[in-house]
Design a protein around this ligand. Structure first.
Ligand code: HEM
Length: 214
């Protein structure tokens, strides 16, 4: 037994791999059924590149923009990692849309998968919020004003709008407090929520299997 086989055997990697990845796939599925997996791959890329960016990004009013410049110009592979983060985020949103469209067209939201559709809707909302909070982080004119407009929309919700606006911005205006709030949501709260929701999503897919094409 060579060292690789020994490791695979002792770590019980084959049964773990079988448990996680091997499942019955119904006959007649096509490439559109790959978009859930593509969304997951994009999420992983986003997650890992984000971990590297967080080593250099500084979430403060004075430093945020400068730290992004530093990532671009001084940090080894910084520009590449930032590009991967941005593009995988875009891919994630597009692939989630195509995936939801596939699920809708094949009527896979019907019982017994209706709860997984609901979980999917929550994933979609949190991923969009993840994108929105990330957009402010470069702290340039475009991100600042996009956040002013976006949060104003939340502020226009009847009855709760103004309170919501104060909570989101951490005051009446978009300031350094908003930046810290968005940073925390972007790197901690939302990723954690997405991971929990994805666990529920995959758990149900594993138990129910992928739906048979119509
Ligand atoms: C990051 C986001 C998401 C990931 C990584 C993901 C991943 C997956 C994967 C890998 C599958 C297995 C079949 C396939 O790939 O098509 C699946 C199935 C499913 N997904 Fe998602 N998904 C996401 C978002 C969503 C959203 C937004 C919805 C709906 C609004 C949704 C609803 C469903 C349903 C109902 C199934 C079962 C479909 C069937 O059995 O044919 N998912 N998902």
């Amino acid at each position: 037994m060579n060292i690789v086989d020994w490791f695979i055997d002792r770590f019980r990697l084959k049964s773990a791999h079988r448990g996680i990845f091997e499942r019955d796939i119904p006959e007649g599925i096509n490439y559109f059924y790959c978009f859930g997996g593509i969304a997951f791959t994009s999420f992983l890329l986003c997650f890992v590149s984000g971990l590297f960016l967080s080593l250099y990004y500084v979430p403060s009013e004075k430093e945020a923009y400068l730290s992004i410049q530093r990532i671009h110009e001084d940090v080894n592979l910084g520009k590449l990692i930032r590009g991967i983060h941005k593009w995988s985020a875009n891919f994630l949103i597009v692939s989630i849309m195509i995936h939801s469209f596939r699920v809708f067209i094949t009527k896979s939201y019907r019982p017994p998968r209706e709860l997984n559709w609901i979980v999917g809707v929550f994933i979609f909302v949190v991923v969009m919020l993840e994108g929105f909070t990330g957009y402010l982080l470069p702290w340039d004119q475009k991100s600042y004003w996009a956040t002013v407009v976006g949060t104003n929309i939340a502020g226009s919700i009847p009855f709760i709008g103004q309170t919501l606006l104060l909570i989101i911005r951490g005051g009446y205006d978009v300031t350094g407090i908003t930046l810290i709030r968005f940073y925390s949501l972007h790197v901690l709260w939302f990723p954690l929520i997405v991971v929990i929701l994805l666990w529920a999503h995959f758990h149900m897919i594993k138990k129910l299997g992928v739906s048979k094409p119509l």
